[in-house]
Design a protein around this ligand. Structure first.
Ligand SMILES: Cc1ncc(COP(=O)(O)O)c(C=O)c1O
Length: 402
């Protein structure tokens, strides 16, 4: 049986929908979020591209094909989701993977033993574990640095194979200058990889500032309902796409058609969710700054924060993530045990507000010394603000922190 190529896949759906891969420049972001890439099922006209629960696809003749062969290689529901995310990010190709970590792991297959990757030191703890504990054993090396400290960061980028970062960073909300990192990385021949989980393409599109790869934990805002674990790997360079296509299709860590459908449905409401989450976050951050039990508030939308102006230049919103430091360790316990509207749970980005204790949860895999030096300590809490009534969230925090 003839193997499908990346071009054949994209031509099929893009051709049927009359859309060039890469986007719909005639429409604005909120419209693209609602209508997706194909707009409707190209075959039947159904408003929603159906869940194609088929692992394999029949061929009309020995040489003929519908363009689909086998779902590890390509599935119509998944392709609509992938094309939608690629379009939103301004990329050319996206892969919908079973988790954010699978997306990052698939990308890391591009590198060879001896390659060195510069990563932001403030990074989701699972990414740190994947880098150092797993890929470190396969000969990749990682330098962790504060990418907002340019004196220290710039010399490390020379000779690196890639630079990997989140912005704002998790959980300390540092804002990294994507354009500046991209210029230095490209001068050094290194790839620029941005984990855009915190802001989504609705608020920040790293390709516009020179990124080569965009990563998402789709589990977070893109899903938004705490019901699917998903990840995305988005690219725009044809050579890179061919290489990753080979790894991704050979391994098959993809999202199931049912989960792809749920993600497509979620993405339709991303702008309204995000708008409300951001408004709530701004109100809560303001309130937290005046609370006597809170010593520090880390929020990218705080006009007094170091990254505020940069954030305004490279993003169209501030997101809905806040970290806060309380005045003593015991208050972490009482706060987490007393919150009622907000849930004490890992993850972020959903319609429900979640509070996390990064020191032991999301960042437990980061070495203790590094955690402490970053400010991820026994008094730090992270809040993912949902779409509930802001006053109920503030009332809940007030009684829990008291
Ligand atoms: C910024 C960021 N990137 C990647 C991941 C990993 O994504 P997943 O949990 O979907 O594997 C997470 C998870 O919390 C995250 O916060």
């Amino acid at each position: 049986m003839k193997e499908t190529t990346f071009e054949e896949q994209t031509k099929l759906i893009a051709g049927l929908a009359g859309i060039a891969p890469g986007g719909r420049p005639d429409r604005r972001m909120r419209t693209n979020l609602v209508h997706g890439h194909a707009e409707e099922d190209p075959v039947t006209g159904a408003m929603n591209v159906p869940v194609y629960l088929s692992s394999t696809f029949t061929h009309p003749s020995l040489d003929g094909s519908t363009g689909y062969y086998y779902s590890r290689v390509g599935n119509p529901t998944r392709l609509e989701l992938e094309d939608t995310v690629a379009m939103l990010e301004g990329g050319v190709k996206a892969w919908a993977m079973s988790s954010g970590m699978t997306a990052i792991s698939t990308l890391l297959k591009l590198f060879k033993p001896g390659d060195r990757i510069v990563a932001s030191d403030d990074l989701y703890g699972g990414t740190y574990r994947l880098f150092s504990d797993i890929y470190g054993r396969y000969g990749l090396t990682f330098d962790y640095v504060d990418l907002t400290d340019w004196e220290r960061a710039e010399p490390l980028i020379a000779g690196a194979a890639a630079v990997f970062f989140e912005t704002p960073t998790n959980p300390m909300m540092h804002v990294v200058d994507i354009r500046r990192v991209a210029q230095a990385a490209h001068d050094a021949g290194a790839l620029v990889v941005v984990d855009n989980t915190f802001l989504t393409p609705y608020l920040q599109r790293p390709f516009e500032f020179g990124a080569d790869v965009v990563i998402h934990s789709g589990t977070k805002y893109l899903c938004g309902h705490n019901d699917v674990t998903a990840g995305f790997l988005v690219l725009r360079e044809p050579d890179l796409i061919e290489q990753v296509f080979n790894y991704a299709m050979s391994e098959g860590g993809f999202l199931s058609p049912t989960d792809c459908y749920l993600l497509l449905r979620s993405i339709k409401t991303l702008s309204v969710r995000m708008d409300r989450q951001q408004d709530n976050a701004a109100a809560i951050a303001r309130w937290l700054k005046g609370n006597p039990h809170v010593t520090d508030v880390y929020y990218a939308g705080d006009p007094d924060s170091a990254g505020y102006e940069l954030m305004r230049r490279q993003a169209s919103g501030f997101g809905a993530m806040i970290s806060l430091r309380v005045d003593d360790e015991e208050r972490v316990r009482t706060t987490l045990e007393r919150i009622r509207v907000i849930s004490y749970a890992e993850s972020l980005g959903s319609v429900e507000s979640l509070m996390t204790f990064p020191f032991v949860q999301t960042h437990g895999a980061v070495p203790l010394e590094l955690r402490r030096s970053l400010g991820i300590d026994e008094r730090l809490l992270r809040l993912s603000v949902g779409i509930e009534d802001a006053q109920d969230l503030i009332d809940d925090l007030a009684q829990a922190l008291a």
